[in-house]
Design a binder for this molecule. Structure first.
Ligand SMILES: [Zn+2]
Length: 118
C-alpha cells in the first residue's frame, strides 16, 4: 500500500504508475490523480511543453532505435491504422515529394554502383 501525494488515500501499488527516478519506483500521485491532472488546463500545458522539449525528442529517438521501439513501429505499420496513415501520407504532397526523392536517390546509387563496377 502507498499513500497518494494528492488525494492522501492509501492505495495498492498497482494504482500507481511506475517512475524509475523515485526511491520506491512509483509516482507520488495515484493513477486517478495523474489522469485528473493530465486533463486539467495546467496539466495539458505541462504535457505540451514536455512534448516539445529536447529531452523528450532525445528519449523518443533512443526508443525508436531500441529493439522494443523497432518492434512497436513494425506492429504499427502492419496494423490497419498504420496502413491507412501510410497511404494517406503517400497521397499527400509531402509524401509524393518524399517518394520521388527516394526513387531519385536509388537511381543515383545505382549509377554510382555501375561506375564503381566498371
Ligand atoms: Zn490520488
Amino acid at each position: 500500500m502507498k499513500k497518494c501525494g494528492r488525494c492522501q488515500e492509501k492505495k495498492p501499488v498497482a494504482a500507481f504508475f511506475k517512475r524509475a527516478a523515485s526511491f520506491d519506483g512509483l509516482q507520488a500521485r495515484c493513477k486517478l490523480c495523474c489522469a485528473k491532472h493530465a486533463r486539467s488546463p495546467k496539466g495539458k500545458t505541462t504535457q505540451k511543453e514536455y512534448n516539445q522539449s529536447a529531452k523528450r525528442k532525445t528519449l523518443q529517438k533512443k526508443y525508436k532505435q531500441s529493439p522494443k521501439g523497432r518492434a512497436s513501429k513494425k506492429r504499427y505499420e502492419q496494423s490497419d491504422k498504420g496502413k491507412t496513415a501510410k497511404k494517406k501520407w503517400q497521397q499527400s504532397d509531402k509524401g509524393k515529394i518524399s517518394s520521388a526523392n527516394k526513387r531519385h536517390r536509388k537511381k543515383i546509387a545505382q549509377a554510382a554502383q555501375a561506375v564503381r563496377e566498371r
